[in-house]
Design a protein around this ligand. Structure first.
Ligand SMILES: [Fe+2]
Ligand SMILES: [Fe+2]
Length: 278
């Protein structure tokens, strides 16, 4: 079923509060639009607010940590595909919540950056719905397995970081989403090899949109850091521990995708060479 705008949401702020304070999936996936389809106004973003944890209805509760994903070779089995699709759908749901979190946390961020965040949030909602459709094709839902809190575990460090929105851009856009440029293609190929062309197509769609999300983060980090600061220094100065450049990639490093996302050569090389901190 196509998600519809919720008439109770009449501004970006009330929308974000709804995403975080309502526990049901429909509220979290309602697009950030007025009833007539226009973008929600953002004239009164309100006081800064840090929502520590999102509301989650029964079946959608967050749990600590997460188990390893099945090997790509196992994706011929519906149960293994379901484990992956549930994980990916939930990553998208957490991305929805984290963009809502950032919009509430930094009401005085530049309006154009806030519009970018709303646009990315809407993409994450679509991605979540696409993965949920594929999960349903395996006969399962989000509630049929544990939902790890991986993204939310980074929120206290982002919130406390002196670099404010820059820490969010580095954590979300330039680490987690940059890494997904690699992961999405790895699983696209895994699903395709297993004969699941539909799931492969969703991974490709997510990858294509992720280019725009990484580009948004890179552009705004450069703007906020100022022209005197190079991209590597700007990132290293603002990325919240324990995230780091070593976490901004998957096993197969796709430099071309990073260039398409607008990352410069020095930053791409920095991430390519990065090793986990001791
Ligand atoms: Fe996404
Ligand atoms: Fe994204």
């Amino acid at each position: 079923m196509e998600p519809r705008p919720d008439p109770a949401f009449d501004s970006v702020r009330t929308f974000c509060l709804g995403v975080l304070q309502r526990g049901d999936l429909a509220s979290k996936l309602a697009p950030p639009l007025a009833a007539g389809g226009a973008p929600l106004p953002d004239r009164e973003p309100g006081p800064a607010l840090c929502v520590a944890r999102p509301a989650r209805d029964a079946g959608l509760e967050l749990v600590d940590g997460s188990e390893k994903l099945p090997r790509l070779g196992a994706l011929t089995r519906a149960d293994a595909r379901a484990v992956c699709l549930r994980r990916f759908a939930h990553h998208e749901l957490m991305a929805v919540e984290l963009f809502a979190w950032a919009l509430l946390r930094w009401p005085t961020a530049p309006p154009a950056l806030r519009r970018g965040w709303v646009g990315a949030l809407a993409d994450e909602q679509r991605h979540c719905a696409l993965y949920l459709e594929r999960l349903a094709a395996c006969g399962e839902t989000l509630a049929d397995g544990p939902l790890g809190d991986y993204f939310w575990r980074h929120v206290p460090a982002i919130d406390a970081h002196p670099q404010g929105p820059r820490a969010f851009l580095c954590a979300m856009g330039l680490t987690l989403e940059q890494a997904n440029l690699d992961f999405s293609l790895r699983f696209r190929d895994g699903f395709a090899r297993a004969g699941d062309a539909e799931s492969a197509a969703v991974c490709q769609q997510v990858h294509d949109d992720e280019l725009g999300h990484v580009r948004l983060a890179a552009r705004w980090l450069a703007l906020l850091a100022g022209s005197q600061v190079d991209s590597v220094s700007a990132y290293e100065h603002a990325v919240p521990f324990p995230l780091s450049a070593a976490r901004a990639k998957g096993r197969a490093f796709d430099a071309a995708a990073r260039r398409r996302a607008g990352l410069d050569d020095a930053f791409i090389e920095h991430v390519r060479r990065a090793r986990p901190r001791a």
